[in-house]
Design a protein around this ligand. Structure first.
Ligand code: PGA
Length: 259
């Protein structure tokens, strides 16, 4: 009975498969990738999203018109406009038909010094503009090995809950991305991932049980066509945030079909 209940709660949450192209694109590759994706979308019930580098938002917007594929960006500046050379605002992202934006990806935290406080501000700016933030959290291998996984996740998540409030999570997608699994080919086992996802959901539930049940929590970190199904079938894993495998239409479509 408990298992049936968990399955039905999971069914309330749609499977979401999001591609994170990172800094990989050219006009030609984007054309080919999106065209190939669109030809394979029939019968896919997951929500499908591609997060493109800024210069390609306009191109993707045109290519996906009338399709089920949605567009997202990979970063944003918290200011609405002004003297911020090289930066891109939430409204600019929205202007190109994007509905989502990744915030707090571990590459931005580690390579560009984004703190959890900054990530929280970015989440707030995205929400204020009506974008759905795809909030990434996750521990490094050192943090896991020293038994700090839960403490790290809790710190990263509470920074956002404190700033935007728990109700805002009705408009937020969380991605659990263990840093040691990103781009390494070492995927978290379904047990490791499920354990972290359940912990994240319990943190949300401490604030609001119904928000916790509704918030999609995606797994990211070397998810591919062959391991997606066992990960996504876990009770608290609602889809994937896909890097490398999102650059090949065939692989990405295969993951999208899992939902
Ligand atoms: P990966 O990247 O699938 O290449 O590991 C995932 C991500 O960084 O979002």
């Amino acid at each position: 009975i408990i298992a049936l209940f968990l399955v039905s709660v999971k069914r309330m949450r749609k499977t979401i498969v999001a591609g994170n192209w990172k800094m990989n694109a050219s006009k030609d590759s984007v054309d080919n990738l999106i065209k190939d994706l669109l030809t394979g979308m029939d019968g896919i019930t997951s929500e499908v999203l591609v997060c493109a580098p800024f210069p390609y938002l306009a191109q993707v917007e045109l290519l996906i018109q009338g399709s089920k594929v949605m567009l997202g960006a990979q970063n944003l500046n918290t200011n609405a406009s002004g003297a911020y050379t090289g930066e891109v605002s939430a409204d600019m992202i929205k202007d190109f038909g994007a509905r989502h934006v990744i915030v707090g990806h571990s590459e931005r935290r580690s390579l560009y010094g984004e703190t959890s406080a900054m990530v929280a501000e970015k989440t707030k700016a995205a929400l204020n503009a009506g974008l759905t933030p795809l909030l990434c959290i996750g521990e490094s291998i050192e943090q896991r090995d020293s038994g700090n996984t839960e403490a790290v996740i809790e710190k990263q998540l509470s920074a956002v809950i404190e700033l935007v409030g728990i109700e805002a999570f009705n408009q937020i997608i969380i991605a659990y991305e263990p840093v040691w699994a990103i781009g390494t080919g070492v995927t978290a086992t379904p047990e490791q991932a499920q354990e972290a996802h359940l912990f994240i959901r319990s943190l949300l539930a401490k604030n609001d049980e119904s928000v916790a049940q509704k918030t999609p929590i995606l797994y990211g970190g070397s998810m591919n066509a062959s391991n997606a199904s066992e990960l996504i079938s876990c009770a608290d894993i609602d889809g994937g945030l896909i890097g490398g495998a999102a650059l090949k239409a065939e692989d990405f479509l295969q993951i999208c079909k899992v939902g």
